[in-house]
Ligand binder design. Structure first.
Ligand SMILES: Cc1cc2nc3c(=O)[nH]c(=O)nc-3n(C[C@H](O)[C@H](O)[C@H](O)COP(=O)(O)OP(=O)(O)OC[C@H]3O[C@@H](n4cnc5c(N)ncnc54)[C@H](O)[C@@H]3O)c2cc1C
Length: 391
């Protein structure tokens, strides 16, 4: 596997073990069938609990049975899962960084005890509802409302609104829904743990996707959904709630994108070595070598960036803008290099028999979700100049 500057030599035992477990899991359980899942637009749901048993959901958190592995180990896990497919990594990212993280960081003791162990082992599935039909890049404009009311069991909130493009909503047991609390001064954004079997919740699937096909995506409709006050995440108010979760998930994505690109590189290199034209392997042609050299260099640069983020995150110095830079660079790199790999496979490259076209299609989503490429460019622009071009 491509590791041109020998980053693996510095890994600890636990980090190697997690990387190897994830790599083996992908080889044995993902790679054989992911092409047909992609074609059929299905997620291999039988893997959800297996991924839980292997400790793939938020292993970088501590307590409540979570092992608190290093940020490098967590990153390597994301890298290996996305080398399999972005849909598999998305499953782990949403469950871990977007559902377990906010409960862990902002939840009550009761919420943590109730949800974290079951989410960790995959017995329960979570989703993260921030995006709305009219508010994507600007989630602060959200219209979903929570209003205080008194109910049979004491104080309640009544939630109304709709969320869209929500990974796993149709198969989720619980949704972290971000809504404006209209009963509080200034209508701050609050997080609510909404069980999806509540009256008034609907979770229609979006199935016309041409990207991220091996992942379940849907809407969340909230029609006067009554939840108890104990469903509010007590530890956070305002947009820093959802944004801090996004920083966690984006960190994993920077690693994941490098993994998808690495898989494209390995596939293209193998293919070019085997495939003969003009009586010689196409790998012997300078044009093809130039493409491999460019790919290997771009992937190595992305790996270095993610490894550096891991060190900063480990010592608590990581800034969201640095994560933006790595998401901006690594995903765009993976999108470009997947296309080059696809091209090197000729006609075979457009099939699901090989991974590059699938990764390329997936990268269109990864380029767009968790802050579009444009938005990360604007975040960097603001950080570099002091002027916000988007707020
Ligand atoms: C498969 C998939 C899964 C997803 N999963 C989730 C999930 O689990 N939870 C969740 O909450 N969301 C999820 N999303 C939603 C995703 O985060 C949004 O699609 C994304 O934030 C972009 O919002 P939008 O699609 O409304 O595009 P828009 O915000 O309408 O943007 C359209 C275009 O305008 C550009 N643009 C917007 N504002 C500016 C500006 N100020 N300056 C310059 N250009 C600008 C954008 O870059 C983009 O190119 C998912 C999306 C997909 C496709």
């Amino acid at each position: 596997m491509l590791d041109y500057v020998g980053l693996e030599a510095d890994l600890g035992q636990e980090e190697r073990m997690i990387r190897d477990t994830a790599r083996e899991f992908v080889d044995e359980n993902v790679a054989p069938d992911i092409g047909s899942h992609f074609e059929n637009g299905t997620f291999p749901e039988e893997l959800i609990t297996e991924m839980g048993e292997l400790g793939f959901y938020a292993p970088n958190l501590e307590g409540y049975g979570l092992p608190g592995v290093s940020e490098t180990a967590y990153g390597l896990l994301m890298q290996e899962l996305e080398a399999g497919d972005s849909g598999i990594r998305s499953m782990a990212s949403v469950q871990g960084a977007l559902v377990m993280y906010p409960i862990h960081a902002f939840g009550s003791e009761e919420q943590k005890e109730r949800w974290l162990p079951d989410l960790a082992n995959g017995e329960k599935i979570g989703c993260f509802g921030l995006t709305e039909p009219e508010h994507g890049s600007n989630p602060a404009g959200m219209e979903t409302r929570a209003e205080r009311a008194s109910g049979h069991a004491g104080d309640e909130y009544v939630l109304s609104g709709s969320k869209t493009w929500i990974t796993n909503s149709p198969i989720a047991d619980v949704a972290v829904v971000w809504a404006r609390d209209t009963s509080a001064e200034g209508s701050p954004v609050r997080g609510f743990l909404v069980e999806t079997d509540k009256e008034g919740v609907s979770t229609n699937e979006i199935d016309e996707k041409l990207s991220m096909r091996a992942s379940v995506t849907g809407e969340i409709g909230l029609s006067n959904v009554r939840v108890p006050e104990s469903a509010v995440l007590p530890g956070v108010e305002g947009m820093k709630g959802p944004l801090s979760c996004l920083t966690q998930a984006r960190y994993g994505i920077t690693w994941g994108a490098a993994g998808a690109a690495r898989d494209c590189f390995e596939t293209a290199r193998d293919y070019a070595t085997d495939r003969e034209q003009f009586d010689t392997p196409i790998a012997s042609f300078q044009l093809q070598q130039g493409k491999l050299a460019e790919m290997a260099t771009a992937i190595t640069t992305a790996q270095l960036l993610s490894h550096r983020l891991a060190d900063l995150k480990e010592r608590g110095d990581l800034r969201p803008q640095q994560v933006s830079m790595a998401k901006y660079n690594n995903v765009s790199m993976a999108r470009d290099q997947a296309r080059v790999a696809r091209e090197m496979l000729g006609g075979n490259g457009i099939t699901t028999d090989y991974s590059p076209m699938r990764h390329l299609a997936n990268m269109e989503t990864v380029y767009t979700y968790e802050g579009t490429h444009d938005i990360h460019s604007l975040i960097l622009g603001q950080d570099l100049t002091g002027f916000s071009a988007f707020e």
